[in-house]
Write a protein that binds this ligand. Sequence first.
Ligand SMILES: Cc1ncc(COP(=O)(O)O)c(C=O)c1O
Length: 464
Amino acid sequence: MIQKLLSRTCNTHGQDSSYFLGWQEYEKNPYDPIANPTGIIQMGLAENQLCFDLIESWLEKNPGPAGFKEDGALIFRELALFQDYHGLPAFKNALVKYMGEVRGNRVRFDPNNLVLTAGSTCANEILMFCLADPGEAFLLPTPYYPGFDRDLKWRTGAEIVPVHCSSSNGFRITAAALEEAYHRAHKRGLAVKGVLVTNPSNPLGTAMTRRELDELVDFVVAKDIHLVSDEIYAGTNFAEPGFVSVAEVVADGRAEACRGRIHIVCSLSKDLGLPGFRVGGIYSDNEAVVSAATKMSSFGLVSSQTQYLLAALLSDEAFTAEYVAENRRRLRERHDALVRGLRGIGIECLESGAGLFCWVDMRHLLSAVTFEGEMELWKKIVYKVGLNISPGSSCHCDEPGWFRLCFANMSEDTLSLALSRLQTFVGSCRNRPHCSGGDGRTRRQFLARWVLRSSPASDRKSER
Ligand SMILES: Cc1ncc(COP(=O)(O)O)c(C=O)c1O
């Protein structure tokens, strides 16, 4: 077999999950209001398409940067030749200013501590290369972004140890859960090098409170390990109390204890809705990390014309101020429409105030409160209802029956259609005994059964 001639890395890919499978199914039969009205609606993609009009209108008013022009003169040759992995100073200055702005200007970022990368996918992997040797572990609170299994582990050989979070406290990260994961890793013979959190969370859409962040920082300081805070969703926060960056915690009198161990990941893929531009970064006060990461960024640089264009866009203070406020307003409106629509058909969401998705409780629709039951429901929703949503198991959720539904990558009409398809499905479940929502059981009976089934001996035995 030709496969034998390939490397172990080449023969694996870290993408075996229903998260990616759902995307493939969508690609085979994508919904289009005119060309394919019965196709699958993509609700499994955390893309933000709500504010393209604002960027397009800026581009119309400012044709220079996209046309490689500066003060009317063509600078094509300069940009074509630029290849410094430190990045264009004008872009780095504009990006750190924007990072401060989406964090309410409560904290300032120094461009010398920023390494530019081709998106946060690249940033997270580089950080793993810098902070962990093969076989060493990072603790990740569950549920987490399914791409991390690929981004953090695949090429680096690092391990992920889940920090089990549960619906009983809204999937909040607790000191006890962190300790438990740390000791579990040690029992498995794994050296723990750090904790990686996504704040605000994908898939939960919740932001960590100041108290939770303080506890997390205390934990990494006490254990003498690193903290990676993936803040890719920082600019999508639309609720009060707002998002708090770990940078604020460090700035508030903890700089000494935290020196060299806190690393922030940023990206323009979510708030600005530019995943195709591939722009992200690592922000760290650890000189060795910044130096190594800068060299590693050679494998995934941000192109010079992208940097040039975005330097102009992000330096326009009037534009960024309007964009940040309007994006928040539109995200909130869309989030509320999804939550209201789901509630109308008897489906509740975890309360959230950020992100491009809701974390949706469909436990009452399971035929069995198991991960098999979850997959059965997921397949029905993809193939029969025609919605690609992400099952909680693909995010390593410990409890079957939770799903992530994205709301910002489609029009309002498409969202209404998705809700009406779901309503028809839930209605049909009520008339069929194998859908647990309709067979007469009360919510209390359902929960009792769930508590029994979710004892550590049954569902937690495998580290999915
Ligand atoms: C938590 C998290 N980190 C990283 C990424 C990757 O984003 P990027 O497009 O910046 O590589 C995503 C994308 O969904 C994400 O949700």
